[in-house]
Design a protein around this ligand. Structure first.
Ligand SMILES: Cc1ncc(COP(=O)(O)O)c(C=O)c1O
Length: 445
């Protein structure tokens, strides 16, 4: 009798553990919420501020019928919240990067070190300014490896563009120290890590210039938008001029062409008051949004840590992580694909169109060798600028193809990514943990 009961239990147990991909019961059948952290939090506050701009008929930041100073307020509050001296809101993170590189006076004859796990905008900012990108490998933080930064800084290096990928900084203080010691500027791309910090220092405060993005996928959003932060007065004056029409503005909001030190070529990347109103409301929610993601992410991570065959990205300061992604490494690429397929079958996926549960191989332009314009040295100009510029001849042998960065290539091959929505319910978190354990038990034995 006892044997029969335990037999029934065994069968029940086997059925419950049969992976959904093999015909078992999925852990859940309803999609997880979309990623898009800020979007879930858009509400009355955003509507109220946008409405004020509309009712005042004043969508331009520098003058108008009755300006509401949304962008000014956003910049002031950003400085107060994160300890920056200067902040300038702009139209996108891509524009912010281009402005940052130009503000440092970088051009032909210069090289900028960039990571191999990045976003295409990082490369375009360098190339469109006439300089040459040079690739640096990642370490276990999935951000730039300080050792490789130190190794790659050469006679043409003018700046390091360090990207705080997937919500969390790596060894940024060490990288800042290396840049300082070697006389090289540091730009921090905080597009994916608004609100992140290391100990008590906010991202964007380690380098000469920091940039943020408020595009829809980011920790807070105004649809499109971005921010540039910097501590230096003269540099900030150039940043302001460059994001606009090449000149600073008078207190009345008119262009001031009188300063011979600040007559530049602008990029037309101002933030409108409508975007400013959205971004202002969202920025006030940023600590709550990142707090929700960080809490969920680390609850999941702690619950699945220790499973043989599953390893995690090193996060030097988990309290400063913003939490939008859980990055895991599997023993090899085949297992990584099987792991993700099995998790999706268990219902660990967002609605159609979301990229919530993917292998790193499905992560597109985040990987250097997936950027055709870089690998093929494309140009917007007919003469092949900047690759063809005589001052850039030093970079003729630089390799941008797959194989250039072994650690990046390895993480690309066997890494997987789970986005952590900013509005996960307790049950969602339990389901994710359950599914990871179930799939790992089925695949990683
Ligand atoms: C690391 C990184 N840098 C820059 C950008 C560009 O930001 P945006 O889309 O606002 O131009 C993004 C996001 O798209 C990003 O992920």
């Amino acid at each position: 009798m006892t044997a029969d009961v335990s037999n029934v239990e065994d069968v029940r147990h086997a059925l419950a553990n049969r992976l959904a991909i093999d015909g078992g019961e999925p852990v859940r059948t309803t999609p997880l919420p979309w990623e898009l952290p800020g979007a879930h939090w858009i509400g009355e506050e955003e509507r109220e501020l946008v409405e004020r701009v509309v009712l005042a008929r004043s969508p331009f930041r520098f003058y108008g019928l009755d300006p509401q100073h949304m962008v000014d307020t956003l910049e002031r509050e950003w400085c107060e919240a994160y300890g920056h001296k200067h902040a300038l809101a702009v139209s996108s993170g891509t524009a912010a990067l281009a402005v940052a590189v130009a503000a440092l006076g970088i051009g032909p004859g210069d090289e900028v070190l960039i990571p191999g796990y990045l976003w295409v905008s990082c490369v375009s900012a360098v190339v469109r300014n006439g300089a040459i990108p040079r690739l640096v490998d990642m370490d276990a933080t999935y951000c730039m490896d300080p050792e490789d930064v130190a190794r790659k800084i050469g006679p043409h290096t003018r700046a390091v563009l360090c990207v705080h990928m997937s919500g969390a900084p790596g060894h940024i203080a060490r990288i800042a120290g290396i840049c300082k010691a070697r006389g090289v500027s540091l730009i921090e791309d905080c597009a994916q890590a608004a609100g992140a910090r290391v100990k008590d220092t906010a991202v964007g405060r380690f380098g000469d210039i920091g940039i943020f993005s408020f595009q829809l996928n980011k920790n807070m959003t105004s649809g499109d938008g971005g921010m540039i932060v910097c501590e230096d007065d003269a540099l900030f004056r150039r940043i302001v001029a460059l994001h606009d029409l090449g000149y600073p503005r008078t207190p009345a909001g008119r262009l001031d062409v009188s300063d011979a030190q600040c007559q530049l070529w602008g990029m037309g990347a101002r933030m409108s008051e409508l975007a400013g109103a959205m971004a202002l409301a969202q920025s006030r929610k940023l600590p709550a949004i990142t707090g929700a993601m960080r809490g969920a992410k680390w609850a999941i991570r702690k619950a699945v840590e220790g499973i043989a065959g599953l390893t995690f990205r090193e996060v030097p300061d988990p309290d400063g992580d913003t939490g939008p992604t859980l990055l895991m490494l599997l023993p090899d690429g085949e297992t990584a694909s099987a792991f993700i397929a099995a998790l999706r079958a268990e219902g660990i996926a967002g609605p159609p169109g979301s990229l919530s549960c993917i292998t790193m191989r499905e992560w597109g332009l985040h990987w250097y060798f997936n950027i055709p314009s870089l690998v093929n040295r494309r140009s917007n100009a007919r003469d092949g600028f900047p690759w063809s510029h005589p001052s850039n001849a030093f970079a003729a042998d630089y390799d941008y193809g797959h194989g250039a960065l072994p650690v990046c290539d390895d993480v690309h091959a066997r890494g997987v990514l789970l986005t952590i929505s900013s509005n996960l319910a307790e049950q969602d978190i339990r389901d994710i943990v359950h599914a990871i354990r179930k799939v790992a038990a089925g695949l990683l034995r």
